[in-house]
Design a protein around this ligand. Sequence first.
Ligand SMILES: NC(=O)c1ccc[n+]([C@@H]2O[C@H](COP(=O)([O-])OP(=O)(O)OC[C@H]3O[C@@H](n4cnc5c(N)ncnc54)[C@H](OP(=O)(O)O)[C@@H]3O)[C@@H](O)[C@H]2O)c1
Length: 293
Amino acid sequence: MSDPQLDGKICLVTGATDGMGKATARALAMMGAHVLVVGRNSEKGPGVVDEIKRACDHDRVDFLLCDLSSQKEIRALATRVHTEYPRLDVLVNNAGGVIEPRMETVDGIEYTWALNQLSGFLLTDLLLDRLKAAGGARIVNVSSTGHGGGINFDDIEMKHDYKIFRAYMQSKLAIIMSTYELNRRLVDSDVTINVLHPGWVGSAFGSGANLGKRILFSLARWTFMKSPDQGAKTAIYLASSPEVEGVTGLYFANEKPFNSSAESYDESDAKRLWDLCAAMTDASAPAAQKRQT
Ligand SMILES: NC(=O)c1ccc[n+]([C@@H]2O[C@H](COP(=O)([O-])OP(=O)(O)OC[C@H]3O[C@@H](n4cnc5c(N)ncnc54)[C@H](OP(=O)(O)O)[C@@H]3O)[C@@H](O)[C@H]2O)c1
């Protein structure tokens, strides 16, 4: 199948200054989309945009500066998208990582939880009206097969016993549960939302870990891991392929639907998680308020 054409569409990719986010942004731009590259680094961002522009041979690629660990910056980003762009067709919530030792954001929230789960939750909520207006818009959330271990509702920010991979796996489980929950809330719209595991990918992932783990990540990168271009394939597929038009509420890997862990399908925990995330982000848009059942 030839590449789908995305001329006239606007796609926003978070964490698009490196790794799979950059590969996703570049691929969507090469299909003709106007791509909004969201990143936290004001020096790196413009260079990435120039690189993508050279690859796609048009100049509809913009850098939007946003540290997604800050809810104030996420709100400013959403305002900018509303003000400067007439539509939004694709939102790829890709930014994420592992953090060690435990850190808190400017909002006083544990960093892994704030970046991996709350940032995508809030940004989606703030942009949902734009996505609903676009007609057939798509939300693509990047999770991991490394999800699970439950949601620790008693200590979601792991104030008492922080473990780097436990925090990561909880946040990635939350992304899947929130994807399914938002899908249940989107019954009155044609916006689709899916979530994916990209595979094990040799990117800058792991740079927030301690030295020993960073060395292990480097070794893995040179041995069995996929390249960021290969790892981005499922995100690109879900963001653009006609094959998944109208397909929603599923977990994908290798461009195919899979079952996520049994606990990720628990609807009562998903509702509880949703209410907690809405409270932690002060989300007020319709997505956060309504549940159809
Ligand atoms: N690599 C794997 O094996 C693997 C496996 C499963 C799932 N994943 C998931 O795939 C996604 C992409 O990972 P990757 O491997 O491509 O990682 P990566 O190379 O480390 O890229 C992460 C991107 O997120 C950005 N980012 C980090 N913190 C940010 C913040 N506070 N505000 C805004 N942007 C921020 C980074 O910006 P900078 O350029 O400024 O650093 C970078 O652009 C993540 O959600 C990850 O959890 C990865």
